[in-house]
Design a protein around this ligand. Structure first.
Ligand SMILES: [Zn+2]
Length: 404
């Protein structure tokens, strides 16, 4: 962390949120395109309606953070495949839908940009579903269509491991990007109006997606590789190409993707990662939701001991600002990775989101520009994917019509 970061973080954490920032933030549609809270819904004893001491997302904190829409990721490890993966994914989709039903005074399930705007008018938070990892379709377009029918609005093509038809950014490439079937998956997602999410995929898979996809795509939780050199982050060239296609890079809050210093420290001590994973298993057994939360807590213990560097939340602003400079104001958004990653100091949970609005105003962003980053850019991509879906379906109808 530079001296400038310390001063900026100090000024911003000490300073309250101005009236102007509050007014702007709470009148904007704030959208978070990636949270891992779904796993917690399956854990015993988690009450979404109460303010929890652990984790980053629950209804009280979403309200304090002014969230208008939130995407719940459906996630299982890449190594789980086939029918088992489908069963687990359907269970998680059901868990999201059940939480929305139980908390219908605060939540409503949304699948379109219009649904999100309507939810706001009715004073509800829009809940959306994203499937994080193509391994969950078990190489079956019928399963993909079923997820879309259940409300899934995007699919991240891979998680950390390759799938049967696409290479991931953190695995050894075997498909040279997308296989022929992988290209069919992208085409079918376009027809369904499901957004193709390029977070986690390899650079070559990303290039193939941009070539095939008729709709704009987004990276639901990715950062700038120019600032932190992780294969999970995007190069300036990739960000520019994503923008040229009308897409959005949603900035991730995970310290390992925000800070080069943090990443270097982790790489220098791979044994810590193993020790943290072991400790997590000891404390949580097989409960995936608790594992994610506990992993973050133990990582914080390493930071507090001085083993891992402290990363401030202002690093998020640095990535947003860089992405805006590279891609333009229309192509940047927010994808926190709350409840699934290690949050920086000052952005521990969803209630802290108004700080982003405050910081962007202090940096000289106009109110209109801040609104775009908070959610309007994402709404545009959703609406555009819907429009292209309608066009593709209409074209198919014409092709299959019986001539008379
Ligand atoms: Zn992820």
């Amino acid at each position: 962390m530079s001296f400038g970061d310390v001063v900026l973080a100090g000024a911003m954490t000490a300073g309250r949120i101005s009236e102007r920032a509050k007014r702007l933030h709470f009148s904007s549609l704030v959208i978070d395109t990636h949270t891992d809270t779904t796993q917690r819904f399956l854990d015993d004893g988690f009450d979404f309606g109460a303010r929890n001491a652990l984790g980053s997302v629950d209804i009280p904190r979403l309200k304090e953070g002014g969230l208008g829409a939130i995407f719940f990721a459906i996630w299982i490890p890449s190594k789980i495949t086939g029918a088992h993966a489908v069963k687990k994914a359907v269970g998680q989709i059901d868990a999201v839908r059940e939480q929305v039903r139980r908390h219908s005074d605060n939540f409503v399930l949304a699948t379109t940009a219009e649904d999100i705007r309507t939810a706001r008018k009715r004073h509800r938070i829009a809940a959306l579903i994203g499937v994080e990892g193509g391994h969950m379709i078990a190489s079956d377009l019928g399963v993909l269509r079923s997820y879309a029918a259940l409300g899934a609005r995007y699919m991240t093509l891979t998680h950390t491991g390759n799938v049967e038809w696409a290479d991931a950014s953190t695995d050894i490439p075997v498909h040279n990007g997308l296989s022929d079937f992988g290209k069919d998956v992208v085409r079918e997602m376009n027809r369904l109006g499901m957004i193709v999410d390029v977070s986690h995929v390899s650079d070559k898979t990303f290039a193939d997606v941009l070539e095939i996809s008729k709709s704009p795509v987004f990276a639901s939780h990715s950062n700038c590789r120019a600032i932190c050199d992780s294969p999970r982050n995007m190069t300036d060239e990739m960000i520019r190409a994503l923008a040229a296609k009308g897409g959005v890079v949603q900035i991730n809050f995970h310290v390992g993707f925000l800070s080069q210093e943090f990443r270097n420290a982790e790489k220098a001590h791979p044994e810590w990662d193993k020790a943290i994973a072991l400790e997590v298993r000891k404390r949580c057994g097989n409960s995936e939701g608790r594992q994610l939360i506990e992993g973050e807590r133990i990582t914080r213990e390493y930071v507090e001991r001085g083993d891992l560097p402290r990363v401030e939340w202002t690093k998020i602003i640095e990535h947003i600002d860089h992405a805006v400079k590279v891609a333009g104001i229309e192509h940047v958004g927010l994808g926190s990775d709350f409840d699934g990653a290690n949050m920086p100091f000052g952005m521990e949970d969803a209630s802290k989101l108004p700080k982003i609005t405050q910081a962007l105003l202090e940096k000289g962003y106009s109110e209109g520009d801040v609104k775009k980053i908070l959610g309007e850019n994402t709404l545009r991509v959703l609406a555009e994917a819907e429009r292209i879906s309608r066009e593709l379906n209409a074209a198919e109808q014409v092709r299959t019509a019986v001539p008379n």
